[in-house]
Design a protein around this ligand. Structure first.
Ligand code: UZR
Ligand code: MG
Length: 251
């Protein structure tokens, strides 16, 4: 398969159409963010300014709900279950996804893993885009949210690999100690994965074994996104190219 030109999305003249919404689920440290990053890279988006991006990625972590004072104390002791569906504000996620589908500009809060809370003064603006990726452990759990996705991907990486990645990440990036990380994993992360996340694999359109290492799967997905976007939309205006009705040729 030939490489599509990196600037295709930026030059095709598509304006304010319904964005193509892709959900990316999978267990903790399965490589969801990396898969999204690879998809964005292959669509040639990662070096663009926020306002010019035609492909954007949002994390479900931005939709953790605000904790009560007692929950906050438990979180500090590693005794709060962040892997349970109740930890999320699914109504807020739903409302934002509906706004995105309506072509609106939205503000997405930033989550801070050190304080276990949404940063009060930090959020980023998501401008209307052609493709919006939403990644998170439970993005397929909530039926109303799940129904909004045009494409559902499940990143399926084995649990040993995920644990081996999760431990150093929590210690280095999220300010935890080893005992706390392992306790939390055994008490909350692993059981919640089995109870809430793994059963949502059946909703996926594509299951990606080995996660971001699976370049063939990522390539196939990216080509599929191209095809769908092209077929869904009116004949694109291409700077130096022609459109013959079945495929796009660009010089
Ligand atoms: P990914 N998480 C935290 O560690 N701290 C928080 O304040 C909020 C979430 C973890 C959460 C889950 N679990 O397993 C993980 N815990 O973030 C999901 N404990 O993020 O999909 O990137 O692994
Ligand atoms: Mg993540």
């Amino acid at each position: 398969m030939s490489e599509k030109p990196a600037d295709y999305l930026a030059t095709n003249g598509f304006e304010s159409k319904t964005p193509f919404l892709i959900g990316v689920a999978g267990g903790t440290a399965s490589g969801k963010s990396t898969v999204c990053q690879r998809i964005m890279e292959k669509l040639g988006q990662q070096h663009k300014e926020q306002t010019e991006r035609r492909v954007v990625c949002i994390s479900q972590d931005s939709f953790y709900r605000t904790l009560s004072p007692s929950e906050r104390l438990r979180a500090e002791r590693g005794q709060f279950n962040f892997d349970h569906p109740d930890a999320f504000d699914d109504k807020k996620l739903l409302a934002i996804l509906k706004d995105i589908l309506a072509g609106k500009k939205v503000e997405v809060p930033e989550y801070d893993y050190i304080t276990n809370s949404i940063s009060p003064h930090r959020s980023h603006t998501i401008y209307p885009a052609d493709v919006v990726l939403i990644e998170g452990i439970l993005v397929f759990y909530f039926p109303e949210v799940r129904e909004l996705f045009h494409m559902k991907l499940f990143v399926d990486t084995d649990s040993d690999t995920r644990l081996a990645r999760r431990v150093p990440r929590d210690i280095m990036e999220r300010g935890r100690d080893l005992e706390q990380v392992l306790n939390q994993y055994m008490n909350f992360v692993k059981p919640a994965f089995e109870e809430f996340c793994l059963p949502t694999k059946k909703f996926a359109d594509v299951i990606i074994p080995r996660g971001a290492d699976n370049l063939v799967a990522i390539d196939l997905i990216v080509h599929h996104i191209w095809d769908i976007m092209y077929k869904k939309r009116p004949a694109p205006k291409v700077a130096n190219g022609t459109c013959n009705g079945t495929h796009l040729e660009v010089d």
